[in-house]
Design a protein. Structure first.
Lengths: 454, 451
């Protein structure tokens, strides 16, 4: 599944490189991005761009590569002393405490996060994770073979600290390699990051002032990460008419949204899980329900995302045709998450970075859709399947079956686009669709052939 | 029969099941090929009795394969007869011996495969043909079968080469052309970090030791896994992204020194062959580059620092950090990260600079002239496929001359090259360690093949 979903994950710079068969160490990589200059905590920095940038400074305990192989990153080792327990060995007591605190915080009443569903299979639903020295001992409430891969989700990273990521901040826009990074020192010595907009990206690339660009629109020479950043319209069944879903589905064309209102790379998402996890053709749009009296509803969206503003405005127009007067309400992401957890909204654009595995992804979607009650019913039968393929198939099947009972209307899924100069070697995207910049290195210019930019 | 041939048969007898770690339980390559060829002969369809004529490779490999093939054919009620005549006389001899079918096969070891190619034909002569040896319409079939070769196949194929004609005496031997045949020696589930060879059990033949990020493996000369052990100890404060380490066989008494960059210290281990275990016998503070040579890791990088302590206790500083070192007294080779290397003719001499080497490089006497050759992989980061070159060190600029031998390697990144004396003949075989695209690794053995 992951292999097919991430067919675009390739090793850059296939030009023959003289390097005595091994990657070269050292050098500074200049990168530009179209993301925000400041990034919040991992559970909220869940757009692909923000997750990629924050991932330079802080990482979860592991990562999954494009082949589905798990690599400990912040952790030294993840082992199962018995099938129902996972031991996570971290490099220090401080990092173990930071991870435990970050995971516990996902369930706290003041900052509830849909990503806490990733910890649901733990005993106590992951509300209380404690460290014992540099080790986290995690006991499972029911068999859940995908726990390790679930823990690789970027939202489960601890807040940035000096040794929490492969790089550490060393001045404005400069990140230095962490020599003691548990997965191994990055090949590069440092990264020089420039925050800009789309026009700035084009200008910097044309002038060859940067070697890597994050957040580029889809193009022939662009690498695209798996489209796992899924945006839904969440609605409160108690606050909108019973035929709202039918009205919305009849009014909204996902292809139009993706093509005209969302910056790429993006794909229409007709099901609860993105096409990368649940490939299926578009569904026929239902007929519009009979028009009733005019209803007023409020649509909250993420004020930091231009895509969401454009989509919200489109929804406003289309629902007007169905007899809805939609008031738009831009909100901060943390406020949105709080209101979503409390059910304090009528309509809301809700975006989630889903893990690249159907079972855990379904858990996050159910949590975000206010159906935490289904986790205890749906997850154990998935986890009981020993075969990974069978678990994935069951997760997809349940996603299709549960879609009508979850008050989330899937809209579109986005990935991260990036491009790199020929001298940048070894840059790959992981299963989450995020770049692994610590694995990139600079080839000698003469060996990489130079040029190659358009 | 020489001591070598006796030991060879013992090796073959004990190579059931195959020594390939990942394929433990598989029958030997000769037996697998016999099954495939026998099936092709039966499907021809051949009529009993069947005469078999084999050519190519060494007489010992032909004989061993002929025995196994005849056994399979006998089990299929095909009444096999193995002909010991030149191929051009096979058809006439088969008729003389009353065979109704003849199988003519040429054996070869190429690209890591043991292959048999040839045909199946009928030898029955129509009464009306008189004395003319006409052929019947059937059986008539082409046979082309191949299986992955193994160490036992290479051992059989190498019998009859100059190095195997008896035990060589002391001193330089007669130089012979280098012609290497390769086969998979063993497989590991994780990427290699280092490779070393040496006689760990005192039997006069080298074992092959392999280090991964967290384990050490010791293989016998036929590829059987003798022992494996998980490394222990405190984790290193700065490790490498790729598995990397140092591994060497120490002498007097034989021990294995292993240090993976995942750990803060290395370990000294002894092999208990009877129990199939490696026992801890001490800790290491310096990276074992060779039997007595020591170095230090550059923290977090897949290279060693330029300062090296030599066997005699003296310290030298090579021109740059290096990713691989090889010692063939008095010569020393250090391969740097940019594909260049420093070659010392003697420890006290100035190094000569070579370029175009892969990190998989070693010194070893393959042609039996008493002087080591330079064996090196491709300098490219992602060669497709990788290649192994054997270069003479006699000229001043070995890289400027045509290789004594070169050949392609199986797919993967060939990062480790060592030489070993696996058969006790004092001449070196080559073991190449490669990372495979699926995250496993493979040891590929190359040894002199029959001319």
């Amino acid at each position: 599944m992951i292999r097919s979903a991430l067919a675009g994950l390739v090793l850059l710079a296939s030009a023959p490189t003289l390097a005595a068969s091994r990657p070269r160490y050292g050098g500074e990589l200049r990168a530009a991005h179209a993301g925000p200059p400041e990034i919040g905590e991992p559970a909220l920095a869940d757009t692909p761009m923000e997750a990629a940038l924050l991932g330079l400074l802080t990482r979860p305990v592991c990562r999954v590569d494009s082949d589905g192989r798990l690599h400990p990153t912040l952790a030294r080792e993840l082992t199962r002393p018995v099938p129902q327990a996972l031991r996570v060995a971290l490099p220090s007591s401080a990092s173990a405490t930071a991870v435990a605190r970050a995971w516990t915080r996902l369930s706290s009443p003041d900052a509830p996060s849909p990503y806490r569903a990733l910890l649901y299979p733990l005993r106590g639903e992951g509300r209380q994770v404690t460290s014992s020295g540099p080790t986290l001992e995690l006991a499972l409430a029911f068999p859940w073979p995908d726990l390790e891969r679930s823990l690789c989700h970027p939202a489960l990273a601890p807040p940035p600290a000096p040794a929490s990521g492969p790089f550490s901040a060393a001045g404005r826009g400069v990140l230095e390699a962490q020599p003691a990074w548990p997965e191994g020192r990055p090949y590069l010595d440092r990264l020089a990051l420039t925050a800009t907009d789309e026009r700035g990206l084009t200008r910097l690339w044309s002038a060859r002032q940067v070697q890597v660009e994050l957040g580029t629109p889809p193009d022939n020479d662009t690498l695209t990460g798996a489209a796992l950043y899924a945006t839904y319209l969440a609605y409160s069944p108690r606050k909108v008419p019973t035929d709202f879903r039918q009205a919305f589905e009849s009014a909204i064309d996902r292809d139009d949204l993706t093509r005209l209102f969302v910056k790429g790379p993006a794909v229409p998402m007709p099901n609860l899980l993105p096409p990368a996890l649940l490939p299926q053709g578009p569904r026929a749009r239902p007929a519009a329900p009979p028009m009733g009296t005019t209803r007023k509803v409020t649509l909250a969206y993420d004020a930091a995302l231009a895509d969401q503003r454009a989509v919200a405005e489109r929804i406003q127009v289309k629902l007007h045709e169905q007899g809805y007067t939609v008031a738009l309400e831009p909100q901060s992401r943390s406020a949105l998450r709080g209101r979503q957890a409390r059910g304090d909204f009528e309509l809301m654009l809700s975006a989630l970075l889903l893990p690249p595995i159907p079972g855990p992804a379904l858990a996050v979607v159910l949590e975000a859709g206010g159906r935490r009650d289904l986790l205890g019913v749906e997850l154990p039968p998935i986890g009981a399947l020993a075969d990974a393929g069978a678990r994935d198939a069951r997760g997809r099947e349940r996603a299709l079956a549960l879609a009508p009972s979850v008050p989330l209307i899937p809209l579109y899924a986005q990935g991260l686009g990036l491009r790199a100069a020929p001298e940048v070697s070894g840059l790959v995207l992981d299963a989450q669709g995020l770049p692994v910049l610590e694995g990139a290195w600079l080839s000698p210019i003469e060996a990489s052939g130079g040029g190659g930019r358009q | 029969m020489s001591r070598f041939l006796l030991s060879l048969f013992l090796v073959l007898a004990s190579a059931l099941p195959s020594g390939a770690f990942a394929a433990e339980g598989d029958p030997p390559a000769t037996a697998r090929l016999a099954v495939a060829v026998a099936e092709a002969i039966r499907a021809a369809p051949a009529e009993a009795p069947v005469a078999v004529s084999l050519s190519g490779s060494s007489a010992e490999l032909r004989r061993a394969f002929g025995t196994l093939l005849a056994s399979r054919l006998a089990a299929q009620q095909l009444g096999p007869v193995v002909l010991e005549v030149p191929p051009e006389r096979a058809e006439a001899t088969a008729r003389e011996q009353g065979a109704r079918s003849l199988v003519r096969l040429t054996l070869d070891v190429e690209g890591g495969e043991l292959v048999a190619r040839g045909d199946v034909l009928g030898t029955w002569v129509n009464f009306w043909s008189g004395r003319t040896p006409t052929r019947p319409p059937k059986p008539a079939a082409a046979v082309a079968e191949g299986v992955e070769a193994d160490a036992a196949v290479l051992a059989l194929a190498s019998v009859g080469t100059p190095s195997n004609n008896g035990t060589p005496g002391p001193g330089p031997q007669q130089k012979r052309p280098v012609r290497l045949l390769g086969a998979v020696f063993a497989r590991l589930e994780t990427p290699l970090a280092a490779l070393a060879t040496g006689d760990l059990d005192g039997d006069g033949r080298d074992e092959v030791a392999a280090l991964t990020a967290r384990e050490v493996f010791v293989f016998a000369a036929d590829g059987r896994l003798l022992a494996r052990r998980e490394l222990e100890g405190a984790p290193a404060t700065a490790t490498t992204r790729e598995p990397f380490g140092a591994l060497a066989v120490l002498t007097g008494p034989p021990r294995l020194a292993a240090w993976s960059t995942r750990y803060a210290k290395g370990e000294v281990l002894t092999l208990d062959k009877a129990k199939g275990t490696l026992r801890a016998a001490g800790a290491l503070d310096a990276a074992p580059l060779g039997t007595l040579e020591r170095g230090t890791f550059v923290p977090g990088q897949t290279v060693f620092a330029p300062e090296v302590r030599l066997a005699d206790g003296r310290a030298i500083t090579v021109p740059a950090p290096f990713g691989a070192a090889s010692f063939a007294s008095p010569r020393m080779l250090f391969v740097h990260a940019d594909g260049t290397a420093s070659l010392y003719a003697r420890p006290a001499s100035a190094p000569s600079r070579l370029s175009g080497l892969g990190v998989g490089s070693a010194l070893g006497d393959l042609d039996g002239d008493g002087a080591p050759e330079l064996i090196t992989t491709s300098p490219l980061l992602q060669p497709s496929p990788d290649a192994l070159r054997v270069l003479s060190l006699t000229p001043d600029a070995p890289m400027a001359h045509e290789p004594l031998w070169q050949g392609t390697l199986p797919p993967g990144r060939a990062l480790f090259v060592v030489t070993a004396d696996l058969d006790g003949d004092k001449r070196r075989e080559v073991v190449v360690g490669s990372w495979k695209p699926d995250g496993t690794s493979e040891l590929f053995l190359l040894r002199q093949g029959a001319p």
